[in-house]
Design a protein around this ligand. Structure first.
Ligand code: CP
Length: 304
């Protein structure tokens, strides 16, 4: 089945994931030789209702590297006609007249799906709501794990942070559940634990998982530590100590020598800058991969 809209990560089958990885390797070669003009007849629109550094810039760079053109609005809540009360459905039907794909980040969960419901051109979800999905981030995360660990089977992965609102964690959990002998750890303050829908999916798939509120005894054994931000303002107890969730050079000493640390970024205090120089710190390599994976995704939707 051709890829049209990219709305949620679970729509990617194993063959599609492998095709994406093959295309990603090709994109690395294309960028190394200065890009291509293969898609110079294509226009991509980026419609971002919420702030972004990595996702918007990497998609726009990806489109330019493919030879295409970009229409863009950041702060679409202010600089699109949403401010005059226009619905997402109407906005998409208008913008789709002017481009060949729309990359959208929206403040409402389900907005990308609603956009896909009315759009004649591919919709790519660049993050919806606080508890929705961020499938292209999860695909670049999966590619990074594959690239760093050389396998996707038999891995143990710890997710840390405000997991109930973790779009990237939710999307990546769906993807990892497709592989064999995966073990997932969800480490969060109790009030921010991963939502039941993800656990139900893991139960259906027979994926082993554990919920925890401390990294103790877990980071020592995992292959991948996937750190995310915790917004302290969301905690009921203002004095709640978040430091046990942070990664610093002391925590590094507890981790396996061949493990990796990932983060979708941006980070706050949850990974000390002193960790950056450790070879296990994969988060900047992860962000770099975003360019190639998004080029590959764009090529897949344009070639469909
Ligand atoms: N990881 C991610 O989505 O980053 P941005 O918010 O900067 O796009």
């Amino acid at each position: 089945m051709a890829v049209k809209h990219i709305v949620e990560s679970q729509q990617f089958t194993l063959p599609r994931i492998m095709e994406l990885f093959e295309r990603t390797e090709l994109m690395k070669k294309i960028v190394a030789r200065g890009g291509t003009r293969d898609y110079d007849n294509k226009i991509m629109a980026t419609l971002f209702y919420k702030p972004s550094t990595r996702t918007r810039f990497s998609f726009e760079s990806a489109m330019y590297r493919l030879g295409g053109k970009v229409l863009s609005t950041e702060q679409a809540t202010e600089f699109s006609s949403e401010i005059k009360g226009e619905s997402i459905e109407d906005t998409i039907q208008i913008i789709s007249n002017y481009c060949d794909a729309i990359v959208i980040r929206h403040h409402e969960e389900g907005a990308a799906k609603r956009a896909a419901g009315v759009s004649p051109v591919p919709i790519i979800n660049a993050g919806d709501g606080s508890g929705g999905q961020h499938p292209t981030q999860a695909l670049l995360d999966l590619y990074t794990i594959y690239n760093e660990c050389k396998t996707l089977d038999g891995l143990s992965v710890a997710f840390i942070g405000a997991l109930d609102q973790g779009r990237t964690v939710r999307s990546l959990a769906y993807l990892l559940s497709k592989f064999d002998r995966i073990k997932l750890y969800f480490i969060a303050p109790d009030e921010m634990q991963i939502k039941p829908d993800i656990l139900e999916h893991l139960d259906e798939k027979g994926v082993s998982y554990q919920l925890a509120n401390s990294t103790e005894g877990i980071l020592e054994r995992v292959d991948v530590c996937y750190q995310t931000r915790i917004d302290k303002d969301r905690l009921n107890n203002a004095n709640f100590d978040l430091s046990p969730f942070n990664i610093d050079t002391n925590v590094l000493k507890r981790m396996k020598f061949d493990s990796i640390i990932m983060h979708p970024l941006p980070r706050s205090v949850e990974i000390s800058p002193a960790v950056d120089s450790d070879p296990r710190a994969a988060y900047f390599r992860q962000a770099h991969n975003g360019l190639y994976v998004r080029m590959a995704l764009l090529s897949m939707v344009f070639d469909a």
